[in-house]
Unconditional design. Sequence first.
Length: 187
Amino acid sequence: MRSEEEKMLAGELYLAADPALVKARTHAKQLLHRLNVTEYLVTDAAREVLAELVLHAGPNFYAEPPFYCDYGRNIYCGSNVYFNVNCVVLDVAKVTIGSNVMFGPGVQLYAATHPLDAVVRRTLELGRPVTIGDDCWIGGGAIICPGVSIGAGCVIGAGSVVTKDVPAYSLAVGNPARVIKKLEAAA
């Protein structure tokens, strides 16, 4: 029999109230409290907290406090990833972020979703992975919805709500976000 965490990461219905998941979220909240309240400044101690929280981050990963996530351990980042203040990552499914990616203030990445059936939704939840390619800039206040993939070299305009995949080297803006311009590939 698979654990609730295994079901969660597989994108299947899972019980968020499972004691192991509650324990993992509590641990993340304790680390976030240290980051967001105790450390708060860009210090070696803050970087140590982030390294314990986001286990799969490449070199030069940083999230300006306050930063929020569900687990942290389901966030996978390349090198040179920067989150500005007030970002949220609901990482109930794998959130993959390439290298050289910048997030403006208040960006929200949602891998969490819920069943459409109201009775099922009373007790069970779902997750869909989110993927962001290398060399992306996600403007302040943007929301990336569950199951979305953003290709390499993209710019997502401030305040955009990304509900569908965005092809590489695109500028996408609006609610819902739509591609308004192709961008030049990095040399």
